[in-house]
Design a protein around this ligand. Structure first.
Ligand code: MG
Length: 286
């Protein structure tokens, strides 16, 4: 099932997108994605098809616009990207020959970063001149758990969506950490919908990203260095994951810093990310 948050005629609703991805029908009585996660069994049996709209007539919004807490993110989780980052000069403390980490690198993005499909990402030119894109598969937790074993990881996942882990590379480099460069307002476009975990095989999804129509990232989630069960096990170790938590799994090679000279984003640039079964997330930078 594909669930989206959307605006139509001045109302904001949670709805279910049909198989052809052309229409959306509201789920009555459910006002946000946290409720949808809690009541998913009931939702599977009810939608109000009489009130369905063509997707072209609604505005799709961020599925989880205000996460309960920071979005968990994983760095350097595709080999070619780990190398391009290490060689770029923007990774503080990079050690040649040690591009691939032995443990996942985890950081977070605060809730203020989240925006929806087609919203504008701010370039914040007064504090950064190196804003970059990162196409990523994100998973949404559906069942609370701590110390989740790898073999049980998928039992805790509600579904999947796309995020763009927008990053100010100079702040990432200069402050020798990742948070400040990842935490700026509007730096986490999310959407356009959440596909529940029964809809897809998360270990075989094409991840593509275009900047102004030019294909920059093109990979498959089978190439993740640390797979989804490993990420869930790592992050939940001693930390209770809760329904609605979001984990972004890392970006493939082809980000702006990987080019020489780097291709950072400029006013008016349009970034589109597509992942199999999860639609396309497009945002303009200004
Ligand atoms: Mg990232």
């Amino acid at each position: 099932m594909k669930l989206a948050r959307y605006a139509v005629n001045g109302d904001i609703k949670i709805g279910r997108i049909d198989q052809s991805e052309t229409r959306i029908a509201p789920v009555s009585g459910v006002t946000n994605m946290f409720e949808a996660i809690e009541r998913i069994a009931e939702i599977r049996t009810k939608t109000d098809d009489a009130q369905a709209h063509p997707l072209t007539e609604v505005t799709l919004l961020a599925p989880i616009p205000v996460p309960h807490r920071n979005i968990f993110c994983v760095g350097k989780n595709y080999r070619d990207h780990a190398r391009e980052f290490s060689n770029s000069g923007y990774e503080a403390g990079a050690v040649k020959g040690a591009e691939i980490d032995s443990h996942p690198a985890v950081f977070t993005k605060p809730a203020n970063t989240v925006i929806g499909p087609n919203d504008v990402v701010q370039l914040h030119p007064h504090i950064t001149s190196s804003v970059d894109y990162e196409a990523e598969l994100a998973l949404v937790i559906g069942k609370e758990g701590r110390d989740i074993k790898k073999e049980h990881a998928y039992d805790h996942i509600f579904g999947y969506t796309i995020v763009n882990d927008v990053t100010a590379r100079d702040r990432q480099r200069n402050h020798k950490q990742w948070f400040l460069g990842k935490a700026l307002d509007t730096f986490c476009p999310m959407g356009p919908w959440i596909a529940t975990s029964d809809e897809l095989d998360p270990e075989n999804l094409d991840v593509k990203c275009w900047v102004n129509g030019e294909l920059r990232q093109n990979a498959n989630t089978r190439d993740l260095i640390f797979d989804i069960p490993t990420l869930v096990a790592t992050i939940s170790a001693g930390l209770t994951l809760k329904p609605g938590d979001v984990i972004a799994t890392g970006t493939p090679a082809g980000v702006g810093l990987g080019f020489n000279p780097p291709k950072f984003l400029r006013p008016g640039d349009k970034v589109s990310i597509s992942i199999s079964h999860l639609g396309t997330l497009t945002n303009t930078f200004q």
